[in-house]
Design a binder for this molecule. Structure first.
Ligand code: NAD
Ligand code: DAU
Length: 331
């Protein structure tokens, strides 16, 4: 199989590329990534010389170059996105451009160039907050809260429209909060782990009791691989971690693993429009054979150890672009 992975230099996309090359010898992967602040080719260092892997630096909004590059490929798996909710609150425009227009562009390329299959990497955030103890299924209504999740929901609707109107073969995958090595340290777990290692405060939003469902990144990659091979065209598949925890629970666990004091936790102003809880059912993808393998306990410990042992990966990020952003928006 010849797969175009967009956004493959980011957190999940880079793990997915490595997962596929290992699991399916002989598959070819073309990584198309603009290399925004979140794209990092160091994430792919170990496979960069693999003859089955190639890379093109390009924006998914740029149709012509991508059309030329992907000739002969069977499927596009679209990870490329602006992915951080806080950034979408401060600077929403680029979210509309990449997450909506970029998706449209890739769909058009598939339609006009005869690419056999398109997989959209979406998110549980499109369902909005599960405030009343409910658990969302693939049939639940879309009710996004942030410019990020609204842009992802818009993209999902476009993808579904290409299935209905043009009979294109598509799937949508909606997963819960991923965590693991190589996650950009603006996201909750890597920010808190790296701050704790540096004895810096851990800025916990609001009362710290918002709930996220944590999914180890390799289990997510296995789920996307399951959909790639066994997904029924036109169908949406949720991938859940089935590990819902309050943020304060995760913060305390991180501090415990690192042997640091809970006094590092600092309650700060809440995120505007902050979703209280995410909760999705993954019964549908289980029916096509996916099972989660990594417990939250094991995955979190492994993740903390990875950041502890790979300071060179995150120290330069935290002293460069991220620092500039952080200083602008968090004084
Ligand atoms: P990330 O921010 O780590 O990586 C995004 C990648 O996309 C980067 O390599 C970046 O350079 C690239 N990119 C951004 N704009 C681009 C453009 N215009 N053209 C080409 N490349 C571009 O994101 P992530 O956390 O790995 O998330 C990947 C996907 O999974 C996203 O679509 C996100 O919405 C979705 N998702 C993420 C999570 C999570 O917990 N991280 C959960 C569910 C769904
Ligand atoms: O649910 C899937 C989504 O998970 C993905 O679609 C997004 O791309 C991804 O960024 C993530 O969104 P969240 O907003 O849930 O993740 P984030 O890591 O930003 O925050 C997780 C929780 O931690 C959330 O309740 C906000 C809180 N938080 C976050 C940060 C960065 C804090 O308390 N302090 C912080 O500094």
């Amino acid at each position: 199989m010849k797969i175009v992975v967009t956004g493959g230099a980011g957190f999940i996309g880079s793990h997915f590329i490595k997962y596929i090359l290992k699991k399916h010898p002989g598959y070819k992967i073309l990584n198309v990534d603009k290399l925004t602040y979140a794209g990092n080719l160091e994430n792919l260092e170990e496979i960069k010389d693999n003859p089955d892997y190639s890379f093109v630096k390009e924006d998914i909004c740029n149709r012509k170059t991508i059309e030329n590059a992907i000739s002969g490929y069977d499927v596009i798996v679209n990870f490329a996105a602006e992915s951080h909710v806080d950034r979408s609150i401060n600077e929403p425009e680029v979210f509309l451009k990449t997450d909506v227009f970029g998706t449209f562009n890739l769909l058009e390329i598939c339609r006009t160039r005869g690419i056999k299959k398109y997989i959209q990497i979406s998110t549980d955030e499109v369902y909005g907050s599960a405030d009343y103890g409910e658990t969302f299924t693939e049939e639940s209504r879309l009710n996004p809260s942030s410019p990020y999740s609204a842009s992802k929901a818009a993209a999902d609707l476009l993808v579904l429209s290409y299935y209905k109107t043009y009979k294109m073969s598509i799937n949508i995958v909606r997963s819960s909060n991923n965590y693991g090595p190589n996650q950009y340290p603006e996201k909750f777990i890597p920010l808190f782990v790296t701050n704790a290692i540096e004895d810096k405060k851990l800025p916990l939003y609001g009362d710290g009791r918002n709930v996220r469902d944590w999914l180890f990144v390799m289990d997510n990659c296995a789920g996307i691989d399951t959909v790639l091979h066994k997904g029924v065209s036109g169908e949406i598949y949720n991938i859940a971690g089935e590990s819902e925890r309050e943020n304060i629970f995760i913060a305390k666990k991180i501090l415990k693993y690192l042997g640091k004091s809970e006094e590092l936790i600092q309650f700060v102003n809440d995120r505007p429009g902050h979703d209280r809880r995410y909760s999705i059912s993954c019964e549908k993808i289980k029916r096509i054979g996916w099972r989660q393998k990594t417990s939250l306990e094991d995955g979190l410990r492994l993740t903390v150890e990875w950041y502890r042992d790979n300071r060179q990966w995150w120290e330069k990020i935290k002293s460069g672009e991220f620092l500039k952003y952080y200083k602008t928006h968090y004084k």
